[in-house]
Design a protein around this ligand. Structure first.
Ligand SMILES: Nc1ncnc2c1ncn2[C@@H]1O[C@H](COP(=O)(O)OP(=O)(O)O)[C@@H](O)[C@H]1O
Ligand SMILES: [Mg+2]
Length: 324
């Protein structure tokens, strides 16, 4: 007998597959002309800023190879920062520097880099090594986000981020991605981060996976993952929900980090959010998305606060237990 689950069985669990995600949700709810807004992190920052949605403060950008030599001037006075490709994804090409020692730059893992290592990264970014379709890109240098100390034993050498899927302005599913030694200061699942499914009602952990396998403890610290609870949960969902009116995208993955001093910051938006969030939650997106498909015009025009409240009552596991 095959160990693999047939697609029709997955459907009965309500798992959303890639074809249906593309045809039914992305093609239907995301106008193509809006993609450049989220496929480019610089444009995203400029779009959400006027709406009062904070993002990590930019230190500068490098757009031309001729500017690469001046990188050290740009970095002067900044002990911690992140260098990233504006059109990158999956953590590729990102270097997170948390401190300096003389001429050297130190990553959270303790690994040391020289200015030529950083210049090489920026140069590769400009050449399009990490951008969609290999197109020339711009390097963004932004301030270092400091992880909230409440996450100390839950994340290692990197800031965790919270992914919320928002459909027509309603938050439908969420997970937190915890950095591990393997993921090198980045909270990307393909780099080895742990994905923790979150209860929509409370922001508490439901289930966790690393490399697609269930885990109960953080692989580096041994911290029990079922004790994870995201603070200021309602405010965070509200920020995610508001990204709908700000961008006009009806099927959106919002990535939020919580800075120790500045609170929630929007890291990036994704118009083709991945499906692994379902594995992290041990639940399928389809039943939740169907509910959103069927909403009335009155429900759809509710303000963001009301949409968050409704989503929490529909998709929170507290409510689900009461109903079953
Ligand atoms: N300014 C920053 N400070 C600290 N860590 C960061 C910063 N920017 C990104 N990171 C880390 O890198 C990861 C990936 O960054 P992100 O901007 O989401 O790019 P990508 O599109 O490649 O996922 C984040 O989840 C976070 O862990
Ligand atoms: Mg990301």
């Amino acid at each position: 007998m095959s160990r693999f689950i047939a697609p029709w069985t997955l459907r009965s669990y309500g798992i959303l597959g890639i074809n249906r995600r593309n045809s039914r949700y992305i093609a239907r709810y995301n106008p193509r002309r809006l993609f450049p807004l989220v496929d480019n992190k610089l444009k995203t920052k400029l779009t959400v800023h006027p709406a009062g949605i904070p993002t990590p403060a930019p230190i500068g950008t490098v757009a031309e190879q001729s500017q690469v030599a001046g990188l050290s001037n740009l970095l002067e006075g900044h002990a911690g920062f992140a260098i990233k490709p504006s059109k990158g994804s999956g953590g590729k090409g990102i270097i997170v520097v948390t401190g300096r020692d003389g001429d050297e730059f130190i990553k959270a893992s303790g690994a040391r880099l020289t200015i030529s290592d950083l210049r090489r990264d920026v140069s590769n970014i400009l050449a399009g090594l990490y951008s969609l379709g290999g197109k020339p890109d711009v390097a963004i240098i932004e301030e270092l986000i400091h992880a909230d100390p409440r996450f100390d034993r839950f994340t290692v050498e990197g800031v965790p981020d919270i992914r919320v899927i928002v459909c027509r302005g309603f938050p439908v599913m969420a997970m937190m991605r915890l950095a591990t030694h393997a993921s090198d200061g980045k909270a990307n699942l393909h780099q080895g981060a742990v994905g923790v499914g979150l209860d929509m009602a409370t922001g508490r952990a439901l289930n966790a996976v690393q490399f697609g396998q269930t885990v109960t403890q953080h692989p580096d610290t041994g911290q029990r993952l079922d004790e994870l609870e995201v603070p200021d949960w309602d405010a965070l969902l509200l920020m995610a929900a508001r990204c709908y009116e700000v961008t006009g995208l009806g099927y959106l993955g919002t990535d939020i980090v919580i800075d120790r001093d500045k609170g929630p910051q929007l890291l990036e938006l994704n118009a083709r959010p991945g499906l692994a969030i379902q594995v992290a939650n041990g639940a399928g997106l389809l039943p939740r998305l169907r509910r959103i498909d069927d909403l009335s015009d009155a429900e759809l025009s509710a303000p963001a606060e009301e949409r968050v409240r409704l989503s929490q009552s529909w998709f929170g596991s507290v409510e689900q237990t009461v109903q079953s």
